[in-house]
Every structure is written in C-alpha cells, then in structure tokens.
Design a protein around this ligand. Structure first.
Ligand code: PLP
Length: 434
C-alpha cells in the first residue's frame, strides 16, 4: 500500500516517510492512496483468531515495508481487546486493557514498535518529542518505554495534569524523560513546535513526533474492527464509536473500504458535535470546544475529519449513507452509567457511556428486516477507574483502579522542571542527545 497527503493525492509517500514526518509537508494528513480488497483475508479468519494473529495478517497485507509482520504484531500488542457478551443487541468492545488503560495504547504501541524496527534497520536514533495535557502523553510514554534507538521527551504543564496522569508520565524513567514545564499546555505545544523548526536541533538529532494524527497510529486501529467482526460475522454488524478527533472512526471506515462487511457506523459524540451536525446539515462548522465529562472527546475542530471526508471523495451524501450520528449530554452520560450498572453490573466510563447510549438510540430507530439481525458493537475506550469522580457520582461507589495503574501510585515521581521557553528546551535536548 502507498500513502499520500489528503491535500496532494498525487504525491506518494512511503510508510517510513509518513511515520517519521507525522504531518505531510503540505500540512495535510497522510492516508492510504490505494484501496486493497482484503475480503479473502477477512473470510479466511478463524472465529477464534487471536488479536495478534489478525494484526499480523493485516500488516502483511497492507504494509509490505514491514520485514516481519508477526514479530511486529507481537511486540506492538502485549494486550488484547475484550468483547463483552451482548446485552440484547449490543456488544461492548473493551479497548482499555493496555498499559495506559485507554484505546490509544493500540495506536501508540504499534507506532513505537514500528519506529523501533525502522530505526534499527537504518542504524540511527531518534528523539520523540510530545506535548501532552495528560492522556495522549501517557499512552505514548508507556508505548515507547524501553524501546531501542529511541528516546522520548514528554512536556506537560506543571500542576495541570491529574495526579494519576502525572504518575503515568513520570515513573517510567529509562529512555522516557518527563519535562514539567512551568507554563500551560499551549506553552508546551509551542515549545515542541519551535523545537521541530530549530536549525541547530535539526542538525544535531532526529526529532520526530508521535501525535494522534500519525499514520502509524491510525492503521493499527483498523485491526480491532476486523477482530470483532471475525467473532460476530453472522450478524448485520454496526459499530458505534465514541468520537473526538475521529481517528478511531476513520480507522473503522478504512477497514470497511478494504471490504470488511460492516452494515454501517454510528458516530457518537458529547456536546462537541461538529461532525454529527455536518452529517445532519452538510455544514462543517469547527468551533471552540466545550468542557464535558467525557473530556478526551472535547474537540471543536476534529483533525481526522479531513481524512474521513477524503475517503468519501468529499461527498456528504456518501458519508451519511454509512455513518449515522448520536449526540449525548453529560446528564445522559451519568444516567447511562447508572442504568447499565444497575441492569448488568458492568461499569462504563464516561466515553464508553456516550457510545453505549448512542448504540441504544441507533437501534431503536432501525426498522424492517435489518433490525432483526442487527448487532451494534460499541467501543469502550477507557477504563472506568480512570474517571473515579464521574463514575462514583453515577453508581454511588468508587470504581477500582486497574492493577497496572495502582502500582504506579507507590513509585517515586521523576521529572525535570523547566522554565517555559524554547531556550531551556534546546539546551536540555542538546545536552542529552546532541
Ligand atoms: C482519544 C479518546 C477518544 C476519542 O478518540 P478519537 O479517535 O479522537 O475520536 C475517546 N475516548 C477516549 C478515552 C480517548 O482517550
């Protein structure tokens, strides 16, 4: 498969270029330039295929630049998705069993293993530079922790991430450096941007990013749609995706374009409903985000919309034939967590709850023969233990923290405090990696 920028489809890039550049030189996002027909692969999957097995077949089919697909899949994914048995017509696909307990572990884990391989083949080193307001940085830091040929520098705003997030960033050590910046998240982002443009730094080291628009994070997110389908292929299958930046949904739509027999998708959002509004009205109106309880989805200008739109050749009609929309308020989110817990004992996190209610509403609107064999798989993107306050408010008791995060609480924090500004960052990077 070849790749190209959403903004200049004629300029083809290799996987390697796309992964190390992150953003394309024209400011667009990299995405597949070909549409392979993977139906034979899908149909050949065993019903009990492991996730690593599905992933290595997908890698082999999609990414010929990867020398050893099975080995890459094993190193990328030390964890699996879990498909919960259905309640009625809804199954929950839990994607939070990785090291940071959120679905971003799939994308970050794959990107880290892939970069490690490429750097090894080329016998060079790179420094991954990330600014984070919390969650993305911890998935990236954990994914790159202990990998060869790569160092990770994570910048976070001092005092402005949750205590748990700070532990996730600062307890890894080794090749992960946590920089506690005396400034805001915007300051961290500005410092990272300036570092990438700094001539001296660029001469002295290879700097690369690992942010959520990286193609190396998008592709692996298609794998769990295939894995879930392989177990539920007898059904008329829909996927409901709680969405913010829309990378997750875009990856599912890619799998469908490659021939996965999915009946359709549901884009579920909180009140930041720019894409649902587009699907209803054909008008795309990005705006400032508003804060909600499902805060990893508080996005007012979803960057992957550009990819999604390109997949449908810019056609609103074509997109809305495949993607339905549901919008869920904070009150409904809390109410859904309570109701699902009381009915089944299962605890959803706020993001998963947005998806769950979206799936219920979508099913209630289906009619005719489709409705009888329909099954919605809704994606649970984070562990409920990461959202203690909201969950406790809903169900009246505190959810358990997953063991991997509980362990962190006893480890010492190790961060380097630095002043806001590129000079301090430049000096530190030159000192350590120059
Ligand atoms: C990032 C994130 C989302 C949103 O995913 P997108 O790919 O940006 O749409 C949803 N839930 C959680 C928990 C997240 O961390």
């Amino acid at each position: 498969m070849r790749f190209a920028s959403t903004r200049s489809p004629e300029r083809i890039a290799s996987l390697r270029e796309a992964v190390f550049q992150g953003l394309a030189p024209d400011g667009g996002l990299y995405q597949p330039a070909d549409e392979p027909d993977l139906r034979p692969l899908f149909e050949g999957l065993a019903e009990e295929a492991s996730f690593v097995d599905v992933a290595s077949r997908m890698i082999r089919a999609l990414l010929p630049e990867v020398a050893d697909p099975a080995r890459l899949a094993e190193r990328a994914f030390s964890f699996e998705p879990v498909l919960r048995p259905p309640r009625g017509d809804i199954s929950v696909l839990e994607l939070f069993h990785g090291p940071s307990c959120a679905f971003k572990d799939f994308g970050a884990g794959f990107l880290a293993a892939l970069m490690e391989d490429f750097l090894d083949e080329e016998r060079r080193r790179a420094v991954v530079l990330v600014a984070t307001s919390g969650d993305t940085g911890s998935a990236v830091a954990q994914a790159f922790s202990g990998r060869k040929n790569v160092d990770v520098v994570v910048l976070y705003p001092s005092g402005r991430v949750s205590p748990l997030q700070e532990k996730q960033l600062t307890t890894l050590g080794g090749n992960v450096v946590a920089l506690e910046v005396l400034g805001s998240f915007d300051d961290c982002q500005r410092m990272v941007k300036e570092a990438f443009l700094d001539p001296l730094l660029r001469r002295r080291m290879t700097l690369t990013s690992a942010n959520s628009i990286n193609l190396g994070r998008l592709i692996p997110q298609s794998f769990y749609y295939v894995w879930a389908w392989s177990r539920l292929r007898r059904h008329h299958l829909y996927f409901c995706v709680p969405s913010g930046n829309f990378g997750n949904l875009t990856a599912g739509v890619l799998a469908w374009r490659w021939g996965l027999p999915v009946a359709g998708f549901v884009a579920a959002t909180n009140r930041n409903d720019v894409v649902p509004e587009y699907l209803r009205t054909s008008r795309f109106r990005p705006r400032s985000s508003v804060a909600t309880l499902s805060n990893a989805m508080d996005v007012g200008n979803p960057s992957n919309f550009e990819r999604l739109s390109a997949i449908f050749a810019g056609s609103w009609e074509a997109m809305r034939r495949e993607i339905a929309e549901e919008v869920v308020t904070d009150e409904e989110t809390v109410e859904t967590i309570r109701r699902v817990y009381e009915a089944t004992g299962e605890i959803l996190d706020p993001h998963g709850a947005v998806g769950y209610l979206g799936a219920e509403r979508f099913l209630a609107k289906l009619s005719g023969p489709q409705a009888r064999s329909a099954r919605v798989v809704t994606l649970a993107t984070a562990h409920p233990g990461k959202f203690v306050e909201v969950v406790e408010r809903a169900i009246g008791k505190r959810p358990e923290l997953p063991a991997s995060l509980r362990r962190l609480q006893d480890l010492p924090k190790r961060s380097v405090v630095i002043e806001n500004g590129i000079e301090r960052l430049r000096a530190l990077l030159l000192d350590r990696f120059g």
